[in-house]
Design a protein around this ligand. Structure first.
Ligand code: ZN
Length: 128
């Protein structure tokens, strides 16, 4: 896991922040999807590594609740947490008890459930 994420950090396109992030998404059927952050000169269209991995899985035909676990690595001594745009996407596709592990290249990590990261989600129920 750690080595796959470290390798994926090299795909980060982060010429503005120089903050490299990689994500690895495990599906319930065992398939894995990798992602990395992709920045843009128009900062607002930058996309995080987690969302690249999730959207790639969705584009490959997976659906809500097909996801087993997510691992995120920031190329930093500090263990970075997912931003709230990503947390909103987690609530769209992940079950509340799905584990999300955040780690650094040294292998230090913390694991949370979706419910812990997204305690009061805005979701389809709010649109009724
Ligand atoms: Zn994010």
């Amino acid at each position: 896991m750690k080595e796959k994420l470290i390798k994926q950090l090299n795909h980060s396109y982060s010429p503005y922040s120089h903050f490299r992030v990689a994500a690895l998404l495990q599906m319930k059927d065992g398939r894995e999807f990798l992602g990395n952050n992709i920045e843009n000169a128009s900062y607002g269209v930058t996309i995080c590594a987690e969302r690249v991995a999730i959207f790639t899985a969705i584009a490959a035909g997976y659906h809500r609740n097909d996801f087993a676990s997510l691992f995120i690595m920031c190329d930093n001594e500090k263990i970075g947490m997912p931003c709230f745009a990503c947390r909103q996407v987690f609530t769209e596709f992940f079950l509340q008890d799905m584990p999300i592990t955040v780690m650094n290249p040294n292998g230090e990590s913390k694991t949370f459930t979706v419910a812990e990261l997204c305690p009061y989600p805005f979701n389809e129920d709010d649109l009724k």
